[in-house]
Design a binder for this molecule. Structure first.
Ligand code: ADP
Ligand code: MG
Ligand code: MG
Length: 272
């Protein structure tokens, strides 16, 4: 594929994301893409991300992958993954730039419904995203949700009893109780993180007010606390978030169940 690197779109935890301008004419590949690049020592995680995106390719709520290649730039060998360009940027920035850092509830309902469609698709395919947060939710040219950053995504593992001592991954404020207690993360961990995202869009900040990882681990993992539900939310919205913040992952609602919840169950909230 013939493309050139354009302006920087975002800083990754391990590499960079730039605009990519596609130079050959093709109906299959758009003229503008995003390219996620990293050095060879860090390429395993990006290759994993690319393989998963190849499988999850038929869902409008998931960022598409158009291919991969290697380049040599100023003597540095890079691994590049070419992605659909989400010209609306990250939902995190949209929330940050709104009045009081909050979005109107009707908009939150629309984003939530789209996120549930994407998560339901990911979970049905046997994957867990493991890093759902506002910074990893992107927006397409028409404002449609595009779930991105599958760098921590993994296959759902069969339940292992007493499997303590799992590595802490992802972003602490979105951490589920099962992760805080050292257990394996399955699809319910993404639903917990979705609850945090919804609370953040409505409440203007993370629903946890705490000072650091140790306090968070104590409150989630030891005391079994759940985050505060923002006060300025309809009763449907409060109920929806409570269904995401069920401590026991086996009793937490699934994406499929939540798609029928009154908070999102209205065709007015469909993107198309
Ligand atoms: P990391 O794994 O390092 O967090 P991400 O995939 O989340 O990398 O990308 C980092 C940032 O780059 C995102 O938060 C977003 O701002 C921007 N970005 C990533 N992919 C795209 C894309 N396809 N279109 C537009 N911007 C993107
Ligand atoms: Mg990210
Ligand atoms: Mg990542």
């Amino acid at each position: 594929m013939d493309w050139v690197r354009g302006e920087k779109l975002g800083n990754g935890s391990f590499g960079t994301v730039n605009l990519a301008i596609h130079r050959s004419r093709s109906s299959q590949i758009p003229p503008l893409m995003a390219v996620k690049s990293c050095g060879m020592s860090l390429s395993d995680s990006l290759m994993n991300e690319k393989l998963i995106l190849d499988e999850l390719k038929d869902c409008p709520e998931i960022i598409r992958c158009f291919g991969e290649n290697f380049t040599d730039e100023n003597g540095v060998k890079l691994y590049n993954v070419l992605l659909e360009y989400a010209s609306g940027g990250a939902l995190a920035d949209k929330v940050k730039n709104s009045c009081d850092n909050r979005l109107p509830e009707s908009e939150v309902r629309r984003y939530t419904k789209a996120l549930l469609k994407g998560l339901n698709y990911i979970h049905k395919f046997g994957y867990v995203h493991c890093d759902i947060k506002l910074q990893n939710i992107l927006l397409g040219p028409n404002g449609g949700v595009k779930i991105a950053d599958f760098g921590l995504a993994k296959r759902v593992e069969k339940k292992k009893e007493g499997n303590f001592g799992c590595e802490l991954r992802g972003t602490p404020l979105y951490m589920s109780p099962e992760m805080a207690t050292g257990n394996e993360q399955g699809p319910p961990a993404d639903i917990w993180a979705l609850g945090c995202v919804v609370a953040e869009m409505v409440g203007g900040a993370s629903p946890w007010r705490c000072s650091g990882l140790a306090e968070l681990l104590m409150r989630i993992g030891v005391r079994g606390e759940v985050p505060e539900v923002p006060g300025n939310l309809s009763s449907e919205g409060k109920d929806f978030i409570e269904k995401c913040f069920v401590n026991d992952p086996s009793k937490r609602w699934t994406a499929e169940m939540l798609l029928n919840h009154p908070f999102v169950d209205d065709q007015d909230f469909d993107d198309t």
